[in-house]
Design a binder for this molecule. Structure first.
Ligand SMILES: O=P(O)(O)OC[C@H]1O[C@H](OP(=O)(O)OP(=O)(O)O)[C@H](O)[C@@H]1O
Ligand SMILES: O=C(O)c1cc(=O)[nH]c(=O)[nH]1
Length: 234
């Protein structure tokens, strides 16, 4: 499988396939695009798979600290699929880098604010004045990350960056709904607009490369055609 990929990406791709997380077929996305592949991070639910995804995130984050000077106090996972990731990745980071990352915290949001008890819509570490790293499953059109950034800022947090499991490398949805037109990259626009670094464990290019050794001709063709249709032009 995907001999060209670095070992940690290869391992993560293999875990995604064996756990049924990465699937091929026909799926409607949050953006309403119809995709021939889908990454369902909710299926990383066994001890082995949860360890595999938190390990891949932790290595990507530690590498980004070393190479790009990424600094953060809190690992934030947007609801819902980001929630278990925020806690498991925080534990893994503390284990791998006890000297630097032992005192980081995690937090996440509620999709609907709680109106009793402690109230509000943030659970875990308070965000005010803290550097916050968003971690999540997938970026497609960037809508979910934009919402997370706005929520964090509203709470007084400073967004330090984003790390996702999969960058689908897609363009922003066209304002007039005409998806045949070229468009700028969803991830590139987020980087520019908020001046933050964004990292991914796997990109669509990595998936297409890896697919060559395990997927059917038909799935490869359909995924390549989808990539050609929705890829960003800048
Ligand atoms: O880049 P985008 O076009 O926003 O799409 C990608 C996001 O959409 C889904 O989140 P959803 O809001 O459906 O949340 P959940 O599955 O985690 O509940 C998915 O889990 C990604 O986080
Ligand atoms: O864009 C989405 O909604 C989306 C794509 C994907 O691959 N996985 C997912 O959970 N959501």
């Amino acid at each position: 499988m995907g001999a060209q990929l670095p070992a940690y990406k290869q391992k993560f791709l293999e875990a995604s396939i064996s756990g049924g997380v990465l699937k091929f077929g026909s799926f409607e996305l949050k953006s309403k695009r119809i995709s021939p592949y889908f990454f369902n991070a909710g299926l990383f639910h066994t001890a082995r798979l949860a360890a595999a995804i938190s390990d891949a995130f932790a290595h990507t984050i530690i590498e980004a600290q070393k190479q790009n000077g990424l600094e953060f106090d809190i690992v934030f996972g947007p609801a819902y699929k980001g929630i278990p990731l925020s806690s498991s990745v925080t534990v893994k980071l503390g284990e791998l880098e006890p000297k630097n990352l032992d005192s980081i915290s995690y937090s996440f949001d509620r999709k609907e604010a709680k109106d009793h008890g402690e109230g509000g819509n943030i659970v875990g570490a308070p965000l005010k004045g803290k550097k916050v790293l968003i971690i999540d499953d997938v970026i497609t059109a960037g809508t979910a990350k934009r919402e997370a950034i706005e929520k964090i800022r509203k709470e007084g947090g400073i967004v330090a960056g984003i790390v996702v499991a999969v960058d689908r490398m897609e363009k922003l949805p066209a304002a007039d709904g005409d998806e045949s037109k070229p468009g700028p990259s969803a991830i590139g626009e987020l980087r520019k607009e908020y001046n933050i670094p964004i990292f991914a464990i796997l990109t669509l290019d990595d998936i297409v490369e890896g697919m060559k050794t395990f997927a059917s001709e038909e799935d490869i063709k359909r995924t390549e055609a989808y990539r050609a249709k929705y890829k960003a032009t800048e």
